[in-house]
Design a protein around this ligand. Sequence first.
Ligand SMILES: Cc1cc2nc3c(=O)[nH]c(=O)nc-3n(C[C@H](O)[C@H](O)[C@H](O)COP(=O)(O)OP(=O)(O)OC[C@H]3O[C@@H](n4cnc5c(N)ncnc54)[C@H](O)[C@@H]3O)c2cc1C
Length: 329
Amino acid sequence: MESLTPGAGRRLTEDEKLRLGSEIQRRLGVRTSRDEPLARFTTMRVGGPADLFAVVRNLFELRGLCRFARARELPLFLLGRGSDLVISDRGIGGLVVQVRAEGTRLEGTRLTAEAGVPMARLATVAQEAGLAGVEFALAIPGTVGGAVWANAGAHGADVRGVLVEASVLSGDDGSERTFDAEGLGLAYRDSRLKHRAHGFPDVVTWATFALEPAEPALIAGRLDEIRRWRRAHQPLGLRSAGSVFRNPPEGPSAGELIDRAGLKGRRIGGASVSERHANFIVNDGLGTAADVRRLAELVRWTVAERFGIELQPEVVFAGDWSDWQEAES
Ligand SMILES: Cc1cc2nc3c(=O)[nH]c(=O)nc-3n(C[C@H](O)[C@H](O)[C@H](O)COP(=O)(O)OP(=O)(O)OC[C@H]3O[C@@H](n4cnc5c(N)ncnc54)[C@H](O)[C@@H]3O)c2cc1C
């Protein structure tokens, strides 16, 4: 299955974990943990350990850690709310940084949010200010950074439609620059940031959105509609990573194809195709990342055989999948 595998960096030795962890604490005042299990930081609740793990609560810490990792050639993986991820059972090599920088600033009709702000909060901050345009963000259980990276969208709107600019720390040279939607290559669930499969990641630090004044009742009505739609159509409260596959450019949606192929309820280990939304795979709590990936492969293979359509993954299979071929056989 063609997919991006960010976080496939080299594994650190025990000595490196200790040495780098204490250097990060000493230089930046950020605590790290070793061999931190990552499943609980994702909505699918699968995934093995990070060699080194840190949570950053502001942009100073985020920038500092990114620069530190670059200077030490330490593989770096950015984690938002883990709502688009299937992290491998072997986990992620190097340093995993969860971004919890959650500042927001409103200037006129422009709302600026740090990368760790939950998208749902963006929607409510805008609502409280009587501003419309980001209601769709309520449907997205990820962060601003993850949403820019994926050009997340829902209910006919997406990040591209409201983004003024986002600030990005370059994976190439560590410089920080702002880009508009075009400069970020935002397209249907896509951006140029997504295509850095190798080397150091580009890191979104903050983003500014253009909103417009609207009647509070109108905004509240749209938000209620989104809540109702999600309750009716998505397996909320279950462990999932949202839509597994992108919709094909034309014709039936991925969910319709999977449903028509009779795959609803299909199970491998602890992972099953949701009965409520065929494009969701849910984990019963005992599932592994390998179960989820095997089931996704089965779905893709079945849909290709039945309809001649090659579904492409929307979720990101991240981390160390080096044993994946063996696991399959
Ligand atoms: C129930 C459910 C419903 C969903 N519905 C939708 C929907 O309607 N529309 C939609 O588009 N998506 C949906 N999703 C998917 C997901 O919420 C979005 O893709 C979201 O944008 C992911 O953000 P995150 O913070 O969780 O990113 P993560 O899953 O933590 O990370 C995803 C990728 O983004 C990268 N990343 C994260 N933060 C940064 C940063 N600051 N800078 C650079 N890279 C970064 C990570 O390295 C990783 O490669 C849904 C998911 C679930 C579980």
